[in-house]
Ligand binder design. Structure first.
Ligand code: ZN
Length: 151
């Protein structure tokens, strides 16, 4: 399924899939959001502890395919200690990258998802946690479903 992704990227995704980082509930969370991708069966819940505009802590729980779990894991690694604006900017970059393959600016480790645009069915898996984090930051209480999004 990942024959077009290079080995290094594949290894990072598999590593985060098998050992997701920040994979637990967060009792100190100030907001959270759920995301569902019915096409694949991915579901996850993100927890954020905000201090003003800064994400002091972030975690997630859920189940799904390797891409969705690795994406959420890498998202939490990226977002910890960042501001809302940092996450919004990165959402735009990741969205562009997974839908078109164009990488704009420095996306760090998230570049492992650049090859996902070649697998249209997987784009929603990769972007799910990003829609969820945006919903959490906006304070949207209703679960995010990729069925209602244009990815
Ligand atoms: Zn999936």
């Amino acid at each position: 399924m990942f024959e077009d992704l290079n080995d290094l990227y594949q290894q990072v995704i598999l590593d985060h899939c098998k050992k997701p980082r920040n994979f637990h509930e967060l009792p100190a969370a100030t907001c959270s959001a759920q995301g569902r991708n019915p096409l694949c069966g991915d579901q996850l819940q993100l927890f954020l502890a905000l201090d003003g505009n800064t994400i002091k802590d972030i975690s997630f729980v859920g189940s799904g395919c390797c891409i969705s779990k690795a994406s959420a894991s890498l998202l939490t690694e990226f977002a910890k200690g960042k501001t809302k604006a940092d996450v919004e900017k990165m959402f735009e970059r990741v969205h562009e990258m997974v839908t078109t393959g164009n990488v704009q600016g420095d996306v760090g480790k998230l570049a492992v998802f650049a090859g996902v645009h070649k697998f249209p069915a997987r784009v929603k898996c990769a972007i799910l946690s990003w829609h969820a984090v945006m919903a959490a930051l906006k304070g949207d209480a209703k679960p995010v479903s990729t069925e209602n999004e244009q990815t």
